[in-house]
Design a protein around this ligand. Structure first.
Ligand code: GRF
Length: 185
């Protein structure tokens, strides 16, 4: 099953996915980022489908269309979001049940961009990781896997997020593999 990874950040989840031998055929980024370098070093095709604007004039439909075109051009069958910084719900419409996401909290708690900070601010003692099928509604699709991460005294957003990402780097590739093998969902 051809996998396309969407990423915007440091690409540590992408690295774990590649190390796990998941058959990634293309990495698509919405901005210049380390994830593109990770792809290049691994000899995987990469495409920068750059956002033209981060303001109110951002044409989400046109942008989403470009991303879907790039995915189709590489014959992607399973889309894996690994820290993609643009909300593009229509991709789930083009790939129904075939878009996966990892979220750094125990959904349905703390959806959205600031889940690590919000968990910390709320004073929860446990947060964690959710791997789910992405639907047109953000952070709301069927849950495939979850694992808890304890919030420790003295945690900052960075230290907590890093411990969450350590779990993501194991749980996400494991879950992707199960989807490819057909044992999930
Ligand atoms: C992950 O925590 C992911 O859940 C969130 O963004 C982070 C990406 O990290 N959406 P990286 O770029 O893979 O290191």
């Amino acid at each position: 099953m051809n996998v396309g990874v969407l990423a915007s950040g440091t690409g540590s989840n992408l690295e774990s996915i590649l190390e796990a031998g998941i058959p990634v055929v293309v990495v698509i980024a919405d901005r210049p980022c380390r994830a593109l370098e990770v792809a290049e070093q691994a000899g995987v095709a990469s495409e920068l489908v750059q956002r033209m604007s981060f303001g109110k004039d951002f044409d989400r439909d046109a942008y989403t269309h470009q991303v879907i075109e790039a995915l189709k051009r590489h014959d992607v069958e399973l889309v894996v979001m690994a820290g993609f910084g643009t909300i593009i719900p229509a991709v789930a419409g083009a790939y129904p049940g075939r878009v996966l996401n990892t979220h750094p909290a125990l959904l349905p708690a703390f959806p959205g961009w600031h889940s690590v900070k919000e968990a910390l601010d709320r004073g929860v003692k446990l947060t964690g990781v959710t791997v789910h099928i992405a639907t047109e509604e953000v952070d709301a699709g069927p849950i495939l896997a979850q694992e808890a991460v304890a919030v420790l005294p003295g945690d900052t957003e960075d230290t907590l997020h890093e411990r969450i990402k350590e779990v993501e780097r194991r749980l996400y590739p494991d879950t992707i593999r199960q989807v490819i093998e057909g044992t999930l969902p």
